[in-house]
Design a protein around this ligand. Sequence first.
Ligand code: AMP
Ligand code: MG
Length: 486
Amino acid sequence: MKQLLDLTFDNRFARLGDDFSTRIDPRPLDDPRLVVASPTALALLDLDPAVAETPEFTQVFAGAQLWDSAEPRAMIYSGHQFGSYNPRLGDGRGLLLGEVVNDRGEHWDLHLKGAGLTPFSRMGDGRAVLRSSIREFLASEALHALGIPTTRALCVIGSATQVVRERLETGATLLRMAPSHVRFGHFEYFYYTRQHQLLEQLGEHVLAAHFPELLATPEPWAALFREVVERNARLIAHWQAYGFCHGVMNTDNFSILGLTFDFGPFAFLDDFDAQFICNHSDHTGRYSYSNQVPIAHWNLAALAQALTPKVAVETLQESIALFLPLYQAHYVDLMRRRLGLQEARDEDQELVERLLALMQQGGVDYHLFFRHLGEDQPAAALARVREDFIDLRGFDDWSQAYRARLDAEGGAAADRTARMNAVNPLYVLRNYLAQQAIEQAEAGDYSEVRLLHEVLSRPFEAQPGRERFAQRPPDWGKHLEISCSS
Ligand code: AMP
Ligand code: MG
C-alpha cells in the first residue's frame, strides 16, 4: 500500500500539449471535509481505505495541495448538445490532475470536478454542488457494482464554500477516475476546426494508450471506430436491461472507452415506463429511456463524421450498421439471464417485449419484479409478482409461456435462484434514496451517504437489517424533480 503523496504519475494526455488542454491550478474549497470515499476506487490507486481519513487526503481533493508530478489541465472539446453542435465546450469546472500508474501498470486519470474557473467556464462559476457530486459518486460506484461500464468516483469533498444555483448551495468536489477522459467531442472539436493534424495526433494517442492491440491491424482507425461501436452497443444494452437513464446523452458526455460518463439528472426507473424522461429540461424526450438506443446510434454517427478524414465513409457506415444488431443481441442476452433462462431461443426477444408491455400498463417495479421472480419456486414466485399487474390475463398467458421455457430447460430451482440473484439487484440507487442521503449531507451528516454507498456496493447480496433500501419508493419519492443545474 502507498501513501497518498507517493503516487506515480505519467501524464500522457498533458504531453500532447497546449492544443489539447490548458495548464491551470485548482482553486481550493474553503474549510473542506470528507463526505465519502470509495475503498474499491482507492484500491485502484494502491491506497489503503484509511488514507481517506487523513487531513492530507481532504486537502488534496479539495484542490488545496498537489503532487509535484501532477499537471492539472483543462481539456478542450466540443460536442453536439441536444442535437445541435456547440463548437466550444471544454472542462469548465473540472481539471485532469494527471494520470496515476498503479502497481499493475494501469493508468488512471484523476479528474477533479468542481475545481474552479478555467478558460472554458463560459458563464459558469467553475464549481460543483454537494448534491450533484453525491449523486455522481453514488451512481458511478453503484453502476460499477452492477457490472455496468462506467467512470469511477474516488471521493466527494464538502466545504464551507457557497455557490449560487436556484438556491444557495454547498460547494463540493468529486474526484472522478477513468482510464481516459477523451470524449466523442474531442474528435469533433478537431474535425470541425479543420485541425486534421491534431485530430490525427489525438487518434494516435487514443490508439497507443488505450487500444494498442489495434495498432497491429491493417486499418487501426477503422478498427478503433468499430471497437467504439461494439463497446457502446454493450453499454446501452446494460443501461436498458437495468433501467438506467442517463439524461444528457450529448456527444461531449460520451466516452471513447464506452463508459457511462458525466452524471447529471440521471435516474433509474422505478415502475417500468419506456417513455420515462429523467431530465426535466428535456421537453421533447430526446433522451427518454427508450430513445437511449437510437440516440447512441446517432452519437456514433456524429463521431463517424469526425473520423471521415481518416476512414472511408463506407467503412464507417459498415460499422455503424453493426450497432443495432449488436445492441439487440447483448440486450436480449442480459434479459434472458435476468429471467433465469439459459438457452438462447428465437422467441426470447418476443418474450421480453410481451413482459415489458404488461409492465408498462403500470404498477410494476422494474427491479423488484426480477428479484422476486427468482427468489422462489416458479409457481410461487409468479403468483407473488402477479399481484402488481393490471392485465392479469395477459400476465397469466405470459407466465405460461415463461414456465414452458423453464420446464423445457429443466434444472434445480435452487440453481435458478442463485443464478437470478447474481444478476438481479436487490438494491438500486433510486432517486428518493439519493435524495434522503443528500438532504442529510446538506445538514452536515454524511452517515446516510456512506451507508447507501456501502449497501449499493453489494447490490446482489441480501444485507440483513438494510431492508429499507430494498423497498419500492414511497409515493412522495416516485416523481422527484431533480434540478439539472449542478
Ligand atoms: P455538463 O452539463 O456537466 O456536461 O457540462 C456541459 C459544459 O458546461 C461543460 O463544458 C462543462 O465544463 C460546463 N459547465 C457545467 N457547469 C459549469 C459550471 N458550474 N462552471 C463552469 N462550467 C460549467
Ligand atoms: Mg459534460
